[in-house]
Design a binder for this molecule. Structure first.
Ligand code: CU
Length: 274
């Protein structure tokens, strides 16, 4: 290849990049009209991890912005687009919601589980406050045509970052005056594990009410790449089934509601062995 043809090729690539950027820039505009056809993907593919990519199986997460101010509420907006750039609108209800949105800093602090509002144009929006500087992983967790998706991207908050080390594994965590204990939970890589939790206050059991159609909600993230594990809740107790794909440390974010209506989040570090 001569220098001239290489340069020409480079120019074509640049033109494509710019065209793509201009296209992407216009894609958050209003898209009126018909709902998308149902996804043809009927097969259920067992996926141990999700949340590593902005695009998966034909669907893409498009954030309106990837930077945020520190400590001030800002409007986070996004949409899910298909391979033709069309806004996806036909989401399934999962855990009582059509869209779940998880925000966590890369060091797995600052966890937030949010439910954005669906706008008439198919975009989703929500007010978010990121109290500390750093790089945050955001996950859009949803299902289309009975196929689960977790698409992820990063949002950066400028400023000096004070990253924190992952806490050591522990069987009990104190939160909001409650003690949350992991009563079952032997985890080996590649095998399905049961994670059961109990909640007590001063040694006495505390009742929990339903939250998102089950006794609790659990998000499990892998240290390093923040891979998002799919977790099946038990409707009747604080118990979950999860398959940890590899050895290493994971952070478990357990959320539950006490009968006074307060939502609590207890985070555990889980060591997964061979
Ligand atoms: Cu949710």
């Amino acid at each position: 290849m001569t220098v001239a043809t290489r340069l020409a090729g480079f120019a074509v690539v640049l033109a494509l990049v710019f065209a793509g950027a201009a296209f992407a820039g216009s894609r958050l505009d209003v898209h009126p009209g018909k709902p998308e056809p149902k996804s043809a993907m009927g097969e259920m593919v067992a996926q141990a991890v999700r949340g590593l990519a902005v695009s998966d199986n034909g669907l893409t997460l498009e954030l309106a912005r990837r930077t945020a101010p520190q400590g001030k509420p800002f409007a986070l907006a996004f949409r899910i687009v298909d391979g033709n750039g069309q806004t996806v609108r036909d989401f399934d209800v999962e855990h009582t919601k059509r869209m779940h949105f998880i925000v966590v800093r890369r060091d797995m602090t600052g966890f937030q589980h949010l439910h954005p509002t669906e706008n008439p144009d198919g975009t989703w929006s929500l007010p978010v406050t990121l109290p500390e500087a750093g790089s945050y992983r955001v996950f859009a967790d949803f299902s289309v045509g009975d196929k689960p998706y977790t698409l992820a991207d990063d949002i950066t908050v400028d400023g000096s970052v004070r990253a924190r080390a992952l806490p050591a594994p522990a069987r009990s965590v104190d939160v909001d005056g409650l003690r949350v204990s992991l009563s079952e939970g032997t985890t080996t890589a590649g095998a399905e594990a049961a994670l059961a939790f109990t909640v007590t206050r001063q040694g006495r059991p505390v009742a929990v009410q339903d939250y998102l159609g089950a006794k609790g909600h659990l998000v499990a993230l892998r240290q390093g790449d923040l891979a998002f594990l799919h977790v099946h809740p038990d409707e009747n107790r604080l118990k979950f089934m999860a398959t940890f794909p590899s050895v290493g440390r994971y952070r478990l974010f357990l959320q539950f509601k006490t009968t006074d209506g307060r939502l609590h989040t207890a985070a555990f570090t889980q060591e997964v062995t061979r």
